[in-house]
Ligand binder design. Structure first.
Ligand SMILES: [Zn+2]
Ligand SMILES: [Zn+2]
Length: 478
């Protein structure tokens, strides 16, 4: 009876979820219908074959951004999703067309156990607000607070109130047949994790986005010195593969700090720095460089809010010396509209008005959306810009007004930046230390080049099911 009940249960799962597959063959050992249709498979090891974690990358085998991976266990009902991101070129007016075809995301199918987010960059988390509200979401607590604080200001839905699992580095979490161990990594996003997934006696390591030359480089070296063992599958990002200077090591944040000190000391007019508001490592670099130059770093209030959302007392806060905060027009309007005047309270100790900036003593964080306001109010004569982002972003159509303004006013621009992603030499060290049985490219436009750089590469396609184990399989597509 027990056997029949198990069989029925499996059949129900397979029928309900394309994550599990049915084939025309019936197994000659236990008569179940889950036996892959390959005559060459060893019948004696069938139990090993049927209880096998399977993986399907929905987006990411041939692109950076929009990452989404589905993992299905076989030993007990259950699937998890790793990251649910927006593609970099996403048409935000048609978000509903971008949701990957993962059963249960909209109706919380009972074997979908959770959506597990590696870090709070939009290309990994951008679609998570659209899933059914009962699906558990795994994410770092600070990452969630950063997203929610931004959502509050932008009138977008928050994650607060949903079932949340907060990552703690090195602390395993059990979800049905899965054991998930998050490991804090060095990345340009705050609170970023790699995820070790164990199920069906197999081990999958998803690198998320990471690097080895940022302010948390020690985490990278520690992982290399004591890597997780017996990794069946490593899904590793390869953002920088194919970019200029791919064989080189990247400058550290400490090196950037020195360059910024030089740039801040040598400029005559107001110094502007254009960087991402989410790049907390870089904000620290700018703060330290400003302090070393004897100057004040002036943040817009949105960036100050992101820093506050980390709840990390070691990061620059509005009441620190050498910090100024100005409240942009759009935030002032929102505060007035919501009658939420208490939101101005945290900025009071260091509130600055653009008209009052001192070109000789201030460094202003620049954001393209604030260009008009800066032109109208800030003392920009003789201003100089430090560009501290990926160069490709400068070419973005949305940044045309900034490019026009820079060229029309002949504003000297200096490029001081380092990647948020691992260099190829660091990727190679990482892959060698983990020594996976299979290395599957993800988060790269150049998965075809992994073979030249790493051992045991197994390139996969978006939408294809494949087993975590080493044995070659049929191609399971739903
Ligand atoms: Zn990414
Ligand atoms: Zn990222």
């Amino acid at each position: 009876m027990l056997y029949l009940a198990q069989l029925e249960n499996r059949l129900r799962r397979a029928t309900e979820s394309p994550a599990l597959f049915l084939c025309d063959n019936i197994c000659r050992i236990c008569m179940c219908k889950w036996y892959p249709a390959r005559s060459t498979l060893d019948q004696a090891s069938h139990s090993e074959i049927v209880e096998r974690m399977k993986i399907r990358i929905h987006r990411g085998t041939r692109q950076i951004g929009g990452t989404c991976i589905e993992v299905a266990a076989e030993s007990a009902p259950g699937r998890i999703v790793l990251d649910l991101g927006l593609p970099l070129d996403a048409d935000t007016d048609a978000l509903h067309t971008l949701m990957p075809n993962v059963p249960g995301l909209h109706d919380a199918g009972d074997d979908l156990l959770g959506v597990l987010i590696s870090h709070p960059h939009q290309d990994h988390v951008g679609l998570v607000h659209d899933i059914h509200p009962t699906i558990p979401i795994g994410i770092g607590a600070a990452g969630q607070r950063i997203l929610d604080r931004a959502a509050e200001w932008l009138d977008r839905p928050k994650l607060e109130g949903r079932p949340l699992i907060h990552w703690q580095s090195g602390q395993p979490v059990t979800l049905g047949p899965f054991t998930i161990t998050p490991l804090l990594v060095d990345h340009s996003a705050y609170d970023a994790y790699a995820l070790l997934i164990e199920a069906d006696g197999q081990r999958l390591f998803y690198s998320g986005d990471f690097r080895g030359h940022g302010r948390k480089a020690k985490l990278f070296e520690r992982l290399l010195a004591n890597p997780p063992r017996d990794i069946d599958v490593l899904m590793m990002e390869g953002t920088v593969i194919g970019r200029d200077g791919e064989g080189e090591s990247f400058p550290t944040e400490a090196k950037l700090e020195c360059e910024c000190v030089d740039a801040f000391n040598s400029a005559e007019g107001l110094r502007l720095v254009w960087t991402s508001t989410q790049n907390i490592d870089r904000i620290i670099t700018l703060y330290r460089a400003a302090k070393r130059s004897g100057k004040r770093l002036v943040l817009d209030a949105f960036t100050a809010e992101m820093l506050a959302a980390t709840e990390n007392p070691n990061l620059p806060q509005p009441d620190w010396p050498n910090i100024g905060v100005y409240v942009p027009e759009w935030m002032r309007r929102k505060i007035a509209r919501d009658k939420a005047f208490d939101k101005l309270e945290p900025f009071k100790p260091s509130r600055v008005y653009l008209e009052q900036l001192d070109p000789a003593a201030d460094i202003l964080l620049f954001r393209p959306g604030l260009l008009k306001e800066l032109i109208a109010k800030a003392p920009l004569a003789g201003a100089q810009l430090v560009y501290s982002n990926w160069l490709g972003y400068l070419e973005d159509d949305a940044n045309q007004p900034v490019r026009d303004w820079l060229s029309k006013n002949a504003i000297p621009t200096r490029y001081i930046h380092t990647s948020g992603h691992a260099s190829v030499p660091d990727l190679r060290r990482f892959a060698a230390a983990l020594a996976p049985k299979k290395l599957v490219p993800i988060h790269s436009f150049h998965g075809d080049r992994f073979d030249e750089l790493f051992a045991n590469v197994d390139r996969r396609d978006d939408g294809e099911w494949w087993p975590a184990g080493n044995r070659e399989s049929t191609s399971w597509r739903s």
